[in-house]
Design a protein around this ligand. Structure first.
Ligand SMILES: NC(=O)c1ccc[n+]([C@@H]2O[C@H](COP(=O)([O-])OP(=O)(O)OC[C@H]3O[C@@H](n4cnc5c(N)ncnc54)[C@H](OP(=O)(O)O)[C@@H]3O)[C@@H](O)[C@H]2O)c1
Length: 314
């Protein structure tokens, strides 16, 4: 199969590309920068979608970019880099004479309101309540294909928590302070910390690109069908472990054999990151991957100990 990946040059995209190529699939990346194995967003717009059986969007300005101050310009870039690229890919899929059989958007768990007690599955109802949840709402809306395509293209949204891996995401910024013994719980530490190992996230996306199986189809639908009749499937891209920030901090300190005695108070996070973005670290949601488990997905790293050991030793 050939897969087109918007933003495939990034942290998750590199892992997904490795996994797909290991399975002998071909990958074309859509990027802002031309290069071998790539097309640019401008080329997508002018020449249309290259022939492919799967499409994924991973493009987006990094939410935790340490070089960017939280201001209106950055917030605008967070929106446009996700919504414009997603819309461009969805439009190209809709205009394609041979649309791919699967279209996967990777968004985030920020749609679920932070809470110490509520548990969220893919079935949980939600409405935007802050900056990041509004972003997820518009982002996922931009991915929707016309109603007439529900029979030709399987649409999947994967909502990951913090993606853990050696060469990107949160760990890249955290490993050094932890090595130096400067790691500590964030805020109260009691807040849930939804996370996933990057290998498992790539696995969930790759599985979503597979042709629809009978288990994708709700029992109420009538055969024959080539794709599920529901307009799209949502999968929570989190480990099933349901950890808190305290548990994450202690496990990382244990794996690295470093002390974790310096808590970072919430007001410091708010000052450094801006309160609308500090929410991701200082607060959190208990996110349950109910449907992801129902698809039969087998996690390689279902618990923190195995995930962090792999990252520390790789
Ligand atoms: N990493 C996480 O912990 C995490 C958690 C939840 C959700 N997600 C979501 O998952 C997706 C993939 O995450 P990731 O960590 O792989 O992202 P990433 O490495 O930070 O970025 C992915 C790609 O997005 C493109 N990009 C960056 N800024 C852009 C801009 N201003 N306009 C257009 N494209 C831009 C870049 O591709 P080019 O330079 O080649 O154009 C980059 O390689 C993102 O949408 C992210 O929001 C990630």
């Amino acid at each position: 199969m050939r897969v087109v990946i918007g933003g495939g040059s990034g942290f998750v995209g590199r892992e997904l590309t490795r996994l797909l190529r290991d399975k002998n699939h071909e990958v074309t990346v859509i990027s802002r920068h031309p290069g071998p194995g790539r097309i640019t967003w401008g080329e997508l717009e002018s020449s249309g979608l290259p022939p492919c059986e799967g499409a994924v969007n991973l493009a987006g300005e990094n939410l935790m970019n340490p070089l960017r101050w939280w201001n209106e310009g950055y917030k605008k870039d967070l929106f446009s880099s996700r919504i414009d690229t997603t819309k461009a890919l969805a439009d190209a899929i809709a205009a394609s004479p041979n649309p791919p059989r699967s279209w996967v958007l990777v968004s985030g768990v920020a749609c679920y309101k932070p809470s110490l007690t509520a548990e969220y599955t893919e079935d949980s109802q939600w409405a935007p309540f802050d900056f990041l949840s509004r972003l997820v709402k518009e982002w996922e809306a931009a991915a929707l294909l016309p109603e007439s395509m529900t029979k030709t293209t399987k649409q999947v949204v994967v909502r990951p928590g913090a993606v853990l891996g050696r060469d990107g995401g949160a760990m890249k910024q955290m490993l050094l302070p932890f090595w130096l013994g400067l790691g500590g719980t964030l805020g109260s530490g009691r807040q849930p910390f939804p996370w996933i190992h990057v290998t498992d996230l790539a696995g969930i996306i790759a599985q979503s690109l597979d042709p629809p199986s009978p288990s994708d189809v709700p029992p109420s639908s009538d055969p024959p069908y080539s794709v599920p009749p529901s307009s799209r499937q949502v999968l929570n891209g989190v480990s099933p472990a349901l950890n808190t920030n305290y548990e994450f901090t202690k496990e990382l300190g244990r794996v690295l054999n470093r002390p974790t005695i310096l808590p970072v108070p919430a007001f410091v996070l708010n000052t450094l990151l801006g309160s609308e973005r500090a929410v991701v670290l200082a607060q959190g949601q208990k996110v349950v991957p109910k449907r992801t488990l129902e698809t039969g997905f087998q996690y390689k790293f279902p618990d923190l100990a195995s995930a962090l050991k792999e990252i520390a030793n790789s």
